[in-house]
Design a protein around this ligand. Structure first.
Ligand SMILES: Cc1cc2nc3c(=O)[nH]c(=O)nc-3n(C[C@H](O)[C@H](O)[C@H](O)COP(=O)(O)O)c2cc1C
Length: 209
């Protein structure tokens, strides 16, 4: 498979046809998202996989009634930790220690570096930082979907406050930041399905120094 062909094939699908993504493909896309890089490896966000149509009906008005809420196979919602605390840092340290079979003491310098980073950022800067990690995973998911020949729409067009209210995210210490609809394009009704990709020319994009 030529991945550049797949990246040209993909587009932010506005209309989907309701076809379901096979479970094995969905599992691999979700795994790619879980494997995504994050700063320190801390993964300061979680992902909600919304298949339930009742929930999607409630979410749709919070996202400008975008039709993907009716037509996608799944809507993934990326949500970052509102309060990133020492609990998250310590859980990560425990995970490294048990996964790699090393002592927690040997990770003390790393733990301190992470904790200092978290402690010295103000709440707003911390939210920006944690959101960025979610966006990197979104990008990984977009590429994985393209390789699986599953259509996808990255979506920022929603009210995070409303979505958080519907999903009860505040109680989980989470804030929604971006979504990814997965499904299959409706070529007959999506005006962008056959549109040429628009990107900056290489000479205006790259600086080779
Ligand atoms: C972070 C992000 C948020 C986006 N939000 C939406 C959205 O809410 N609804 C939508 O239809 N497209 C959304 N898009 C899709 C972009 O409009 C699209 O990626 C862009 O026009 C480039 O076209 P292409 O991805 O089809 O190649 C979003 C894209 C990104 C990366």
């Amino acid at each position: 498979m030529n991945y550049l062909n797949q990246l040209n094939w993909r587009y932010a699908t506005k209309r989907m046809n309701g076809q379901q993504v096979p479970q094995d493909k969905l599992d691999r896309i979700l795994e790619a998202i879980r494997l995504s890089a994050s700063s320190f490896g801390l993964q300061p966000f979680e992902v909600f996989v919304i298949k339930n149509m009742e929930t999607r009906k409630k979410l749709k008005p919070a996202a400008f009634n975008q039709p993907q809420f009716d037509e996608a196979s799944e809507i993934l919602i990326f949500a970052y930790y509102d309060n990133l605390s020492s609990t998250h840092v310590n859980e990560y340290i425990d995970n490294i220690a048990s996964t790699r079979g090393v002592s927690i003491d040997s990770l003390e310098a790393f733990r301190k570096t992470m904790q200092t980073t978290v402690d010295t950022k103000g709440k707003e800067a911390l939210h920006i930082w944690t959101s960025r990690q979610a966006y990197i995973a979104l990008g990984t998911g977009l590429v994985a979907a393209a390789l699986e020949e599953v259509d996808a729409t990255p979506m920022e067009g929603f009210s995070p406050e409303k979505v958080d209210g519907i999903l009860g995210l505040a109680e989980k210490n989470l804030k929604s930041v971006v979504m990814l609809a997965l499904g299959y394009r409706d070529e007959a009704n999506d005006t962008l399905a056959k549109a040429k990709k628009v990107r900056k020319p290489k000479e205006k994009f790259y600086h080779f120094i």
